[in-house]
Design a protein around this ligand. Structure first.
Ligand code: AMP
Length: 496
């Protein structure tokens, strides 16, 4: 059921009760709960003066900082639609997001100002560095306090771009209700209490760091120890005064690789959460052996926030993502041999892709279930395991890469006939982006030549870690490239 109030209203009510308790602690700077509303009201004033209205998109590509969090909250407060971008996106990628989102305001890193001005034309560009440098913050410090807008639960709060299978990213529209429904369930399910201290090391342009982590903390008014990126040394330094850590599998692998990481450091810890990519059973077991903690693995996606979770009190089983969250209906579509594509319905599920009604219609069943694309199994108790990805998505270091986008760029290189991009098991990144390329014979290209030709067009996390030049790609009788065969052939290339 739709809420009469937007998410900000609830956050504000809770923050008011928390008073001077610290919300974000970043290095030596502490931002108390009591300052959230004033800061957001001033940011709102600056945005309003820059022609931002309720429903306007605000395109944001900035480094992680408390100020960037306040910018997000200010968008919620005034009903502007927050559109965060991965900081790794290059100019041509940002141009696509700008053209698609049609924002009234862009906020970027000071170093990217010229590039954004080129992209944004007549629209306003403010800059924000991770030390509150740039043009935005001086304006905020002298701004008036704008009145909060009346926001309804059904209003769109944010658009998060997912990578598209066709190479074009799709903007998932998430309403205030979608976000509230998810945090309400999670704060209860994961037993958040006022005494929790969240160690925040994730990026804030993605659903995991922005919504799951920050909303849970805001909902129970917890203190957030804010790291600008994941660094094992920093985590080890702050773990003794934290109670909850959210990470991607790579983070846990890195912590285990550090000899200083032991159970003594984890004495104050209540919960280690993991998701965004499959956690290896091996990592789960090593972690338990080293710390005595069973990592709680959960599963979700941009379009729906969290979908399933291992239980807090019951068995946390490695290799499974647990049970559907309360209020989320799941079923397996096109089930064969106990495996099917997971389909979901619930108030956490997004309303559709921004300005892509046809794509939206394709991804929902006739009776309103969203087709996740994740191939899953479900045991007789309803416990779910994700066993593959229907759409060949590669997850490297917790970030998604769709092969098609990279294949298209490689195919455009002069001298290339065709290519196939696959994810290959990689101890550190989970999967390493790997390209297999066939030349057309007009030029004698090396792997390095191909890497050089595409590197400026791709964020570094998407660039192939290895490129192989071969005579032909394996195909089936229907002419389709057999990626499974390629995955077998190259399975060991990242093993020592
Ligand atoms: P994103 O939209 O970037 O959050 O990526 C969502 C995708 O990540 C899902 O559709 C899954 O394929 C994958 N994913 C997320 N959590 C897990 C998990 N715990 N195990 C396996 N895959 C996961």
């Amino acid at each position: 059921m739709s809420d009469m109030q937007g998410l900000y209203h609830h956050i504000h009510e809770r923050a008011r009760c928390a008073g001077d308790k610290t919300f974000i602690e970043a290095g030596s700077v502490k931002h108390p709960y009591s300052t959230i509303d004033l800061t957001c009201a001033k940011i709102q004033d600056v945005m309003t003066n820059a022609s931002v209205k309720k429903g306007s998109r605000v395109l944001v590509q900035v480094e992680k900082s408390p100020e960037a969090v306040f910018l997000y909250l200010a968008c919620l407060r005034m009903g502007a639609i927050f559109v965060p971008l991965n900081t790794g996106y290059t100019e041509s990628e940002v141009q696509y997001f700008f053209d698609t989102a049609e924002p009234d305001l862009c906020v970027c890193d000071p170093a990217a100002e010229e590039q954004f001005i080129r992209i944004a034309g007549q629209k306003t560009v403010f800059t924000l560095g991770n030390d509150s440098s740039g043009t935005l913050w001086p304006k905020v410090s002298i701004a008036e306090k704008a009145d909060a807008e009346q926001i309804a639960g059904s209003d769109i709060a944010a658009i998060l771009f997912t990578s598209g299978t066709t190479g074009r990213s799709k903007g998932a529209m998430l309403s205030n209700d979608n976000l509230r429904a998810n945090v309400e369930v999670l704060s209860d399910l994961w037993h958040w209490s006022e005494d929790d201290v969240l160690l925040h090391t994730l990026p804030i342009f993605h659903v995991h760091g922005l919504f799951v982590a920050l909303h849970c903390a805001l909902w129970t008014t917890n203190t957030v120890i804010f790291h600008d990126k994941f660094s094992p040394d920093q985590v080890i330094a702050d773990l003794p005064r934290s109670t909850v850590l959210m990470g991607v599998p790579t983070h846990y692998v890195r912590l285990l690789a550090d000899d200083h990481f032991d159970n003594e450091l984890c004495k104050n810890m209540r919960l280690f959460l993991c998701g965004s990519a499959p956690l290896l059973c091996e990592t789960f077991l090593q972690f338990e052996e080293r710390t005595g903690h069973k990592i709680l693995e959960r599963y979700g996606m941009t379009e729906a926030g969290m979908i399933t979770s291992n239980p807090y009190d019951g068995d946390r089983v490695a290799g499974t993502v647990g049970f559907p969250l309360p209020g989320v209906d799941v079923r397996l579509g096109n089930e064969v041999d106990g495996k099917g594509v997971l389909e979901i319905k619930g108030s956490n599920v997004f309303s559709g892709y921004w300005r892509m009604p046809e794509k939206t219609a394709e991804e929902f069943t006739e009776d309103g279930y969203f087709i996740t694309g994740d191939v899953s199994t479900m045991d007789d108790k309803g416990r779910i395991s994700i066993v593959g990805r229907a759409k060949d998505l590669i997850i490297t270091g917790g970030l998604n890469v769709y092969p098609k986008e990279i294949e298209s760029l490689i195919d455009d290189v002069n001298g290339v006939d065709e290519s196939a991009v696959i994810g290959v098991s990689h101890a550190d990144f989970g999967e390493g982006v790997t390209a297999i390329v066939v030349l057309d014979g007009s030029k004698d290209l090396s792997s390095e030549d191909i890497a050089d030709a595409i590197k400026d067009k791709l964020a570094s996390f998407k660039r192939p870690k290895k490129i192989f030049v071969v005579d032909a790609l394996p195909r089936n009788t229907m002419g389709k490239v057999q990626k499974n065969e390629l995955r077998n052939v190259y399975a060991d290339i990242y093993k020592n």
